[in-house]
Design a protein around this ligand. Structure first.
Ligand code: C5P
Length: 424
């Protein structure tokens, strides 16, 4: 780390109750090697003091636009140019609306307008305010205006300060810091040329990651098959996240109708047997294997060569067990770090821990598929990660959030455990 230029983060705090968590967020950013300048709106000053933020950031806090003393120090344009990254946490509905409107009526909005640095928002507001079409339109419009320059972390779902339950909680500070600092733009900004070789374990650079995703299709006859509702979104999001972290990524994907990520090698397969053959072939040089596919457990014992004709009132189909892909890979002598999924409708922990042991995995990412708002075929997911350590299994829960965002956090966890498993 010693020669690494620090990422310069402008941390904007706006006026929501979650502002009290910004002190911990700032501490985590500094701990991860960022240089942080804090800018607070008038609303934020009602929730947390500049003195607290100065203590945790180690820098004077900025909160006034037209302050001669502050301008004599680091003027607002200078501050806008200084930032490699802008992170606004919490980002209130009001701030998001003003940002989208291009307002420059306080120091923070002015800085955002005067900078072309990547911008990350961690929204926090009442669930109805978040769901309101006006807020959703503002978010969509910001995505359209800023493209890849804009990233959202959260909001998480759960109990809110006002007593409501729903989406709008600010993502926990540790998770924001992890996702933010693990994004390639944050970890490499201005410093890429000076990162030492030994620092490559802070990304997946140079590592090979193979993933399975989507459903498998098990033929009954030339026109019929057995399959499931897996959309492939989680596996594709993980492949993209691993690729953003610098890994060489191979995605072995069953039949899905979503776009395939760019910069990733795609191997398209249909049945579980095809998927196993592709995995065995691709995994020989892999460092990490992530099995996100929803593999059909059984296939028809025989596939009819001709379309089966309608006949009596009943027809029976004999099914035989499919090979377990991840268990096969995980039980090879020269195996990669193996991450499996567990989709359960009950007893999540018991089944997940059972899979960790039985399939000889390093990590299991478990989700509750009985909930219709997350998991299968939905844009959001909430998971608990179980991992195997020398001193027993550990677990960590991740609140419901968009799969793309969750993928960044999961890849960061996989990266950490992968390096720990190698004693690095
Ligand atoms: O046993 P179960 O299907 O619940 O296990 C889920 C995990 O095992 C997932 O990671 C899935 O991709 C993987 N799996 C597999 N091959 C199978 C069945 C599941 O790789 N035949």
């Amino acid at each position: 780390m010693s020669n690494q230029v620090k990422t310069r983060v402008l941390l904007g705090i706006t006026g929501g109750i979650a502002a009290y968590k910004s002190a911990e967020l700032c501490r985590q950013l500094v701990k991860s090697g960022a240089e942080v300048q804090v800018v607070m709106t008038a609303g934020a000053l009602e929730f947390i003091t500049p003195l607290t933020m100065q203590a945790v950031s180690g820098n004077p806090v900025h909160h006034t636009l037209l302050d001669p003393a502050a301008e004599a120090g680091m003027g607002h344009i200078e501050l806008a140019r200084w930032a490699d990254q802008i992170l606004i946490a919490p980002a209130t509905a009001d701030f998001i609306a003003r940002l989208n409107a291009g307002m420059a009526n306080d120091l923070l909005t002015t800085l955002c307008l005067a900078s072309d640095a990547p911008m990350t928002l961690a929204p926090a507001m009442n669930q109805q305010m978040w769901r309101n079409e006006i807020t959703q339109n503002n978010i969509k419009s910001l995505h359209n205006l800023l493209g890849n320059r804009l990233r959202l972390i959260g909001p998480a779902s759960g109990e809110q300060a006002c007593g409501d339950v729903g989406p709008g909680r600010m993502t926990e500070p540790q998770d924001i810091a992890t996702a933010f600092m693990s994004s390639p733009s944050a970890s490499a900004s201005g410093a890429s040329s000076t990162i030492e070789q030994s620092d490559t374990n802070s990304s997946l650079a140079g590592l090979s990651v193979v993933l399975t995703a989507g459903p498998t299709r098990e033929s009954i006859d030339p026109v019929r098959y057995i399959s499931n509702h897996s959309s492939g979104k989680m596996g594709v999001a993980l492949a993209e996240a691993a690729s953003r972290c610098g890994a060489h990524v191979t995605l072995i994907c069953g039949p899905v109708s979503i776009p395939m990520p760019e910069g990733v090698k795609i191997v398209s397969v249909t049945s579980a047997q095809d998927m196993l053959d592709a995995a065995v072939e691709q995994v020989s040089e892999a460092d990490i294997f992530i099995a996100a596919a929803a593999v059909a457990d059984y296939r028809p014992a025989t596939q009819a060569e001709e379309k089966i004709k309608k006949s009596g009132d009943e027809i029976s189909l004999t099914l035989v067990k499919n090979p377990d892909i991840i268990a096969t890979i995980a039980n090879h002598a020269e195996r990669p770090f193996c991450v499996g999924f567990a989709a359960e409708t009950r007893d999540l922990e018991r089944y997940a821990l059972g899979k960790l042991e039985r399939k000889n995995l390093d990590m299991v990412i478990a989700n509750d598929v009985s909930r219709s708002d997350i998991g299968f075929n939905s844009a959001d997911n909430a998971v608990t990660v179980f991992s195997r350590h020398s001193d027993g299994a550990q677990q960590q829960a991740f609140d419901a959030m968009p799969k793309r965002q969750l993928a960044d956090l999961l890849i960061e966890k996989i990266r950490q455990y992968y390096h720990q498993s190698r004693g690095e």
